[in-house]
Write a protein that binds this ligand. Sequence first.
Ligand SMILES: [Zn+2]
Ligand SMILES: [Zn+2]
Length: 151
Amino acid sequence: MPTPTDRSARIHEAAAELLRADGYRYTVARRTIVAALGDAGAPLTIPQLLAADSRLVQSSTYRNLVILEEAGVASRVVTSDDHARFELDERVTDHHHHHLICLDCGDVRDFELPAGIERSLQAEFGRASRAAMFRMERHRIDLLGTCAGCS
Ligand SMILES: [Zn+2]
Ligand SMILES: [Zn+2]
């Protein structure tokens, strides 16, 4: 089993590489954001991210998130409320998952599908893509509904 330290080292290495490929440096502030997103069990809003590490400054965190998103290090989870939520991209974590999104409070939880289901989905998505002459890279599936706290 990989230890948490291995996992975090791999994440930072992948993040640095993606940023470098886009001409960006892996600054201390960007590293701090990546670490906070990596430690969180679910996607974070910007207020939650700022609360997670007191060294993070609001203005530069906004700018850095734009850069991290552009480089493919972080990705935005679209919810029904006004708060954008961010998580580390699968290209960095190597952890494919889906989301349960609460339409009332905006809460987001991760969940995984069995590997066999993922393979069947990929096969179907491949067929649909080929029929449309579309080159699929990966998929996103989020479930929308009401969380336990809201229902
Ligand atoms: Zn809710
Ligand atoms: Zn999937």
